[in-house]
Design a protein around this ligand. Structure first.
Ligand code: PLP
Length: 624
């Protein structure tokens, strides 16, 4: 079980039980076995892949974050409070937003909207009256109107200026509506983040006002006698900040700006430090991009301490600290369960080697020679020779000097060499540097019933790493090394990088599968950004979802099952209409019947089968 490092990356929300099965452990005394949940769903006739969502995990993260800040505030005797907001762009799913709003009610945890549609959604949520509703992103009149109507409804809506010209727009709409705004200003810190989103901060950042624009906002509001409406200073240096020092530097800079604004006579109430609180996807606790060198408690503690220190130095009142943590709240709550449907690879099973031709080409003979003679003393040269010979084999074939039979025999012998090599090196403590690629070359390809583009878009787009483990058989030592491929017709639909404590691994250790029982992989920490960024490449649609509650004694309740997108829905989203498709097939079937190509019985069966697929799941459906 340690092979997969569950205890390193799970933040205590998952563990491996004594039977070698992964359990979700959202709170003390309750747990659920993932395999049991999947078995129940399969028994009910549901198809995989399926996303398992755990509302208790989400609620647990909301509590952890708020308690971390409360603890830090108590410890340091900080004079202000903490009020988080959840940026819904990270995951707008109803279950996610409602669970966070509910769990966050006692902490007055609010929401952040970055567009009109997101704001419309946020305004309809039941939130604590003091909970913030921050409006970020570029705005038009309609966006600002909606935000101001939110204030009229009694909600604590703050309109954040992302650029200087938005101020006049806010003033105009506010005059028209007769509703006084609460204004925030996003400030461009010169401090930058660390990790993949470094560019979000710094002088060249897309959003935010610079120092002189900020002062112009203050002057303009003073002119209008509306300085009291400027309530929040907002900063954001990027998501997944890997290094805590960057956060401290940015928070200190933000607090300096806050202090100076207070000195200018602005009664700012909130200091918003943005997102960036990371998730330790590989569990290495380092500044590697898939990790972070701090805990949630250290984050809260360092933010509170840094704000307090700068406020003390400057003799200003300590503000309410706001953070817009999204990734850290949502990543843990979702697990994608994917069945392995087949395994291929150069070393799988017996390989058929075609008989030699009478005048066999020398390059094939060379490969035969290598196969006969490769051993532990010479395998480095022999392997390199074999790779060279295979390349020659293909070049000669392209030029017409080799027959298809020669090529087939040459390739099969090459694979036999790999099989022999795999056996030879399996006993070695390490693979030599010059054969670095070997594990990948020798690896099996586990074909998995999912679409990388729909379910793990960040793995494809920005090489994000997610922990992947079998959800069962973890007390058995895995005997295979694998890479994963999805079922899209896209050669990018594969995973060849896996988490590791020291480095990134080229293969994932997996158990042998012989098809006698289902083998499921869990893709963990999927709850942030993946659900909303996924795309329908090859028309693989939204995945089915189960909302699962863990109970005492390892029991569970499936609270809700939402079936994944049907084929017709995803076809319709491309501009087609279902009746049009049916009519076209119907007419073609009539014509085929008229000319005697199709008898009436077959015709109705054809139409039924077509209908069934239109109404079916877009993923492969095998008997589990
Ligand atoms: N706030 C703003 C302005 C953002 O752009 C983002 C995302 O990048 C977030 C908050 C959420 O950040 P995170 O998911 O790192 O908490």
């Amino acid at each position: 079980a340690e092979l997969y490092g569950v205890q390193n990356w799970s933040s205590g929300f998952f563990r491996v039980n004594e039977k070698g099965q992964v359990e979700v452990t959202p709170a003390p005394g309750v747990s659920a076995v993932l395999k049991d949940v999947v078995d129940e769903l399969v028994e009910r006739g549901e198809s995989l892949p399926i996303i398992l969502r755990f509302p208790q995990v989400l609620a647990g993260r909301v509590k952890q974050l708020n308690e971390a800040f409360r603890t830090a505030i108590r410890e340091y005797g900080y004079g202000g409070s903490y009020q988080g907001v959840f940026p819904i762009k990270v995951n707008q799913r109803r279950m996610v937003v409602e669970t966070i709003a509910e769990a966050g009610f006692e902490y007055a945890h609010g929401l952040e909207a970055g567009s009109k549609a997101e704001l419309a959604l946020c305004l309809a949520q039941n939130m604590h009256s003091e909970a913030l509703l921050c409006c970020n992103g570029f705005k038009d009149d309609g966006f600002i109107k909606l935000a101001l109507w939110g204030r009229a409804l009694g909600k604590n809506v703050v309109v954040t200026l992302e650029k200087f010209s938005e101020l006049e727009r806010v003033l105009k709409v506010s005059r028209e509506l007769g509703v006084r705004p609460a204004i925030g200003v996003r400030f461009k810190l010169h401090a930058r983040g660390s990790g993949q989103w470094e560019e979000s901060g710094g002088d060249a950042a897309k959003f935010g006002l610079n120092a002189s624009e900020l002062l112009q906002v203050v002057e303009r509001l003073r002119q209008e006698d509306m300085l009291d409406t400027l309530v929040m200073l907002h900063t954001h240096i990027g998501s997944q900040i890997t290094d805590i020092r960057r956060i401290k530097i940015a928070v200190r800079e933000a607090t300096q700006v806050y202090s100076d604004l207070v000195d200018e006579g602005v009664g700012l109430k909130y200091l918003n430090v943005g997102g960036g609180l990371g998730v330790d996807y590989d569990g290495s606790k380092t500044t590697f991009y898939a990790s972070m060198n701090y805990t949630m408690h250290e984050y809260a503690s360092d933010v509170v301490y840094s704000v307090q220190e700068v406020c003390k130095q400057n003799g200003v009142r300590e503000p309410t600290i706001v953070s817009e943590s999204g990734r850290a709240l949502t990543a843990h709550h979702a697990v994608l369960i994917v069945p392995v449907i087949d395994v291929t690879g150069p070393t799988r099973g017996s390989q058929f080697i075609p008989e030699p031709a009478e005048d066999q080409h020398q390059v094939v003979k060379d490969l035969e020679e290598i196969l006969a003679n490769i051993n532990l003393r010479n395998y480095r040269e022999m392997y390199n020779d074999a790779v060279g010979d295979k390349e020659t084999l293909h070049n000669l074939f392209d030029l017409g000097y080799l027959t298809l039979r020669d090529r087939a025999r040459g390739e099969a012998i090459f694979n036999a060499i790999l099989q022999k090599l795999a056996k030879l090196v399996s006993g070695l403590p390490y693979v030599p540097d010059e054969l670095e690629d070997l594990p990948k070359v020798l690896a099996d390809k586990y074909i998995c019933n999912f679409s990388l583009f729909q379910s793990l878009p960040d793995n494809w787009a920005i090489q994000a790493l997610f922990p992947i483990t079998p959800i069962d058989r973890l007390s058995e030592r895995p005997t295979r090394q694998a890479t994963l491929v999805d079922i899209t017709c896209d050669s990018d639909g594969k995973i060849e990088k896996f988490i590791d404590l020291r480095d990134v691994k080229a293969t994932l250790p997996l158990h042998d599968v012989d098809g006698s029982s289902a083998y499921y992989l869990g893709f963990f920490l999927m709850g942030a950004y993946q659900d909303v960024l996924g795309s329908a490449h090859n028309l693989f649609g939204k995945v089915s979802e189960a909302h699962v509650l863990a109970r005492p004694g390892g029991k569970h309740d499936i609270e809700l099952f939402v079936r994944g997108q049907k084929a017709r829905r995803i076809i319709e989203s491309m501009g087609y209409e279902e009746p049009m498709l049916r009519d076209s097939i119907g007419e073609q079937a009539d014509r085929a019947e008229a000319i005697g190509e199709l008898d009436p019985g077959d015709k109705s069966e054809l139409l039924e089968d077509y209908d069934e697929e239109l109404l079916g799941y877009t993923y492969l459906e095998y008997e589990e």
